[in-house]
Design a protein around this ligand. Sequence first.
Ligand SMILES: [Fe+2]
Length: 359
Amino acid sequence: MRFFLPTKVFFEDNYNESVDEIKKLGESFLIITGKSSKKNGSLEELTNIFEKLNKKYEIFDETLENPPKEMIEEIIRKFGKNWDVIVGLGGGSPMDAAKAIAVLCKNDISIEDLYVQSKYKTASKIICIPTTSGTGSEVTQYSVLTINNVKKGFKHEIVFPTLSILEPKYTLTMSKELTISTGLDALSHAVESALSLKSNSFSDLYAFKAIEIISQDLPKLVNNLSDYSLRRNLMLASMYAGVAISVTGTTIAHSLGYSLTTDKNIKHGLATAVFLPFEIENSGSKKAEEIKAIMGNILNFLKKLEINLNFEVSDDEIEKWAERVKNSSHVKVTPGNYTKEKIIKAYKWFFEESGLFGG
Ligand SMILES: [Fe+2]
């Protein structure tokens, strides 16, 4: 069994002790964020700390969802490479972008080179401050970027965040839609990790705890968006699911979902979670029974959350997507032997049988 978790995590610290950590990390900080960090108060709290500590900082607040290569290049052009620390503040996109930028700051390599582990050994330090509960990026060595309209993750131990600051209060202003889609991303991480052929007793501990929390509390939270203790539980579960995938990676549902996000603009967590029932049923794994014992029928769970996607799709597109999934690294770690035919079957099941599409 193997696991490696080098990130220092402060959960609900309210910057009491994490300030000392920030102070030690360096003198210059580049903040990568989106627009929501102004609304939820997280950006102001962070910049107040930098002001107090007399640290140099700049802010890029135009992070796009599913961070495209061109945006990363633009940030480097605009802000240069001379930064001690890159801060990813927001959802998965700013955190994943921050990880890529941290590597590029210390290496003269292209974005494509990020996918070749041997091309780099160093990175600027990374702080992650999630303001959604879903990605788990705050405790993982992964970053998912979009290159030529294809979502693809790179991994490297060097991009584990040095420090992650988790404050559930930042998630209180999330809309119902974002709460559901990010919560389902975390659920997907947990379920996929539990099923993964790379799972072990350590990752299972976190995966199953996350499944338990999310299946109980996400439906409650959807009807009570400002409940702090539910927000807190979801942030904890999302982090647990992140720990689980730091060991196992994700499996087939993530790979199947990527095309729905890039080609049909479906939110990542939704695009992924709709394939979980198929993945569970086709795993032939005893873990599937354990997951059902905790959360019951996952298809019913998704239907109770009123998940229903709708867009035009052709057989040619499904064929193209299946070809990409077949060649993805997820296939090897997913139980159930996914041939191209079986991958097409998974898409057809979703479009024609699941009841999650076209209604
Ligand atoms: Fe994900």
